[in-house]
Design a protein around this ligand. Sequence first.
Ligand SMILES: Nc1ncnc2c1ncn2[C@@H]1O[C@H](COP(=O)(O)OP(=O)(O)OP(=O)(O)O)[C@@H](O)[C@H]1O
Ligand SMILES: [Mg+2]
Length: 247
Amino acid sequence: MIIFDDVWFSYGDREVLKGVSFQADFHERIAVLGESGGGKTTILKLILGLISPDKGKIIIDGVNINNLSEEELIPIRRKFSIVFQEGALFDSLPVKENVAFLMREILRLPDEEIYLKVRELLQRVGVSDAEELMPEELSGGMHRRVAIARALAIGKTKMFLYDEPTAGLDPVNSERIVALIRDLAERESIGFMIITHVVYVAWQLCDRFIFLKDGQIIFDGDKRELLSTNIQPVKDFIKELLFRVSE
Ligand SMILES: Nc1ncnc2c1ncn2[C@@H]1O[C@H](COP(=O)(O)OP(=O)(O)OP(=O)(O)O)[C@@H](O)[C@H]1O
Ligand SMILES: [Mg+2]
């Protein structure tokens, strides 16, 4: 379980989160929505202990992670498979080395085992012929798939974290990534937290929706509650969705 208990966070004097509290089970399918700059990526960074809150507690699987060392954070980070915003790959490494990277660095597996696993992972995300390609040779959709394969490489995942997984993709590739996210979660029987601007993507994948505005959670509810909300900024945000759902 992930627990945020009255979490405050600033970058310098820029206050980003102002008392954020929520609890999430690892098997949930949660969307975090909100305006650009609202603090969505900051929440992911806090979950992983890449930054620490100024105030409040973050508890992952029963462990308060606020004051853990880098070493102590490793088992916390390994609970998650993370696809960062833009899904950045290492430009100078071919696809197979990108996927192998964490297995080599963190798991310290022998090469033979690593490459077998790389092949299997690329197959699972549907880009088995991309092994030898360089990132610059990939389309946007393939790039994102490789980033997902790399996130899967660590195993022991309890939850997927996706930061804007469909950003910059055309509608067709966006649909395919949505299908992949759903398939992976079903196959592994685990949940995910997905950060997205695209409310329709969230609608297709999730059953819980958290809205951030000005550093606070202004809505946290299910589909039914989302459609009937009276909270104006949330209503504004889901206008496009209402149009599509009623089509
Ligand atoms: N490393 C940093 N140093 C200073 N300010 C930062 C840093 N990272 C983010 N910020 C600021 O903190 C605020 C929240 O950033 P965050 O990345 O969490 O937003 P976001 O909701 O993910 O936005 P987007 O939808 O554009 O990805 C923004 O105003 C951003 O400019
Ligand atoms: Mg972001």
